[in-house]
Ligand binder design. Structure first.
Ligand code: ATP
Ligand code: MG
Ligand code: MG
Length: 530
């Protein structure tokens, strides 16, 4: 069901959907409330919303809450907030647990019609039998015995807990997903909504097709690693004689050096390796937002991937490069100088302390002006100062040219002081070095510039790899600096460019006591803050 019939009316991404009638399409985004949304979930949510909008249909936000051991209400709230943050809207919210009574009735129906059985084979043996296509000893139990056993499961008795219910599809189908999959399990953990009403829970394989069918979903979007399970999905619907659903599958998002599994991300949070689910090193919606990824870039990127069926290991660079295109035209320009700076005195003429209004962005006057202060002493980066030759003509950005008349160095070669002679009529096109500088005034804003590395050192963790063996020893860097006084007015979430340093997002505003925290936004090119 992955027809690629292009349609004319599908907007700029042009992703086709099979059998879609305008006004009648119903999609659903079904997160399990067991963690925060990551960029992979974002893709799924955006695609579901895209099709619902494209066909004037509806989108259901369904909390797929069938495993009480992992799920919490807290995660439902965060998922809703993150979707709102992405501008994703839904028409209604449902829970798989809304349908537990119905699902139970369907389970009984399966038992009564001989399409399922209750198996007390131990897990190891069951795995082995499925692998080798061997029938379970319980496969041909009578309906009465199956019903009796299911009742024990429902009550959570000791025997019941050793059982699971399996659909009777095939013992040895070449597609292993068809080998009598488990459809109900015992779990005595209270559920965050239904409490201790149930001691049995349907598996994804059972409830997904049924709930899709009864909620009116017309197109169920799934990542294509489930493709082997598509026949099983259709089998459940046929076995129960309920309304059919189209499956549309798309490739799972995967990035280099990145874990996209709630279970693994939870481990990082619990170990205290990251500061929380919104850590800027995390691929969560909150983490990448905090790192300066715009929702616009996230949307464009995910819809560009669109209908692609290839699960590539993506580089982050393209996403960040796309983001840069979006922020570059609108990010105000500011200046910062690392704390380890050099004081340069202007010689040969008297420069009074004075200020000028200059545009925040030379190509975007809409952003307004900022105050640039000029004075008799300016701060310059140590690295720049070290590169100067005696009497070299350089350009002080937004001011003009100057000759380097004196360079004082200490024994280790660090520059301890400079003397510059202004040459404002000089041609800035003729100098090699355009230097950032800040007048030495008391109103400069102390800053901490943050930059991050990947959390893991291996491009792609394989099954069996232990994350612990691949942790990046240091993945957070921070460098103290000072910024121009205008930076004091910035608010958390504002995105700016620090001249010659790159784009930054305000993580924490400046206060009287504390420096502003600025996080470097990757721009798709190699490089870092220091
Ligand atoms: P995890 O393994 O991280 O718990 P999951 O796939 O079990 O992820 P769900 O909450 O069940 O997480 O996923 C909700 C939806 O998001 C599903 O439709 C799922 O297919 C989709 N999804 C999850 N991860 C990705 C991904 N990396 N790329 C694309 N879609 C994804
Ligand atoms: Mg899941
Ligand atoms: Mg998963």
């Amino acid at each position: 069901l992955n027809a690629k019939t292009p349609r004319a009316d599908q907007g700029k991404f042009d992703i086709p959907l099979m059998d879609a009638k305008p006004g009648q399409v119903v999609t659903r985004f079904p997160p399990e409330p067991s963690g925060y949304l990551h960029i992979g979930h974002a893709k799924a949510a955006l695609l579901n919303e895209y099709f619902a909008k494209q066909y004037n249909g509806t989108m259901i936000l369904r909390f797929d809450d069938t495993n009480p051991t992992k799920e919490k209400s807290e995660f439902e709230e965060s998922i809703k907030e993150d979707l709102k943050l992405m501008g994703v809207t839904w028409d209604r919210i449902t829970h798989t647990s809304d349908h537990f009574d119905t699902l139970y009735e369907y389970a009984l129906q399966m038992l009564k019609t001989g399409k399922a059985y209750v198996d007390d084979t131990d897990q190891m043996t069951m795995r082995d039998q499925r692998m080798h296509g061997v029938a379970s000893k319980c496969r041909d139990l009578s309906v009465e015995e199956n019903l009796r056993r299911f009742e024990e499961m429902k009550k959570g008795t000791e025997f019941g807990q050793t059982c699971c219910m399996r659909a009777k599809i095939s013992v040895d189908d070449p597609n292993k997903a068809m080998r009598d999959p488990v459809i109900y399990r015992c779990n005595l953990t209270p559920h965050h909504i239904t409490g201790d009403k149930w001691k049995i829970y349907p598996t994804y394989d059972f409830c997904c097709p049924i709930v899709d069918s009864i909620e009116g979903v017309t197109h169920a979007l799934r990542t294509n690693e489930y493709r082997d399970r598509n026949p099983q999905y259709h089998w459940m619907i046929d076995a129960l004689g309920i309304r059919k659903v189209n499956i549309w599958d798309f490739s799972r998002l995967a990035f280099v050096y990145t874990l996209l599994s709630k279970r693994k991300l939870t481990w990082f949070v619990n170990e205290g390796i990251v500061t929380g689910w919104d850590d800027p090193r995390f691929p969560t919606v909150r983490g990448i937002r905090r790192r300066g990824l715009t929702i616009e870039a996230l949307k464009q990127y995910n819809l560009m991937q669109g209908a692609s069926q290839n699960t590539l290991l993506l580089e982050w660079d393209k996403l960040w490069a796309l983001n840069k295109k979006i922020i570059d035209p609108v990010a105000p320009r500011h200046t910062s100088i690392l704390e380890d700076h050099v004081k340069a005195t202007i010689v040969g003429q008297t420069v009074e302390l004075h200020a000028k209004d200059l545009p925040k962005h030379k190509k975007n006057p809409e952003l307004g002006n900022k105050k640039t202060t000029f004075g008799p002493v300016v701060l310059i980066e140590q690295e720049d100062a070290k590169s100067f030759d005696q009497d070299e003509e350089i350009t002080l950005m937004d001011w003009g040219n100057a000759f380097v008349r004196k360079i004082n160095k200490d024994a280790s070669g660090n520059v301890t002081g400079l003397e510059l002679e202004l040459h404002l009529e000089g041609d800035f096109k003729k100098t090699k070095k355009k230097i950032t500088w800040l007048a030495d005034t008391p109103d400069l804003v102390p800053a901490l510039l943050f930059d991050y590395d990947y959390l893991i050192t291996k491009k792609k963790l394989e099954e069996g790899d232990d994350v612990k063996d691949f942790l990046t020893p240091v993945s957070e860097y921070k460098v103290p600096a000072v910024c121009d006084a205008n930076v004091r007015a910035l608010k958390a979430g504002d995105i700016i460019q620090l001249e010659r340093k790159g784009f930054f997002i305000v993580d924490k505003e400046a206060t009287i006591a504390d420096p502003i925290h600025l996080i470097r936004i990757p721009d798709g090119k190699a490089g870092s803050i220091a």
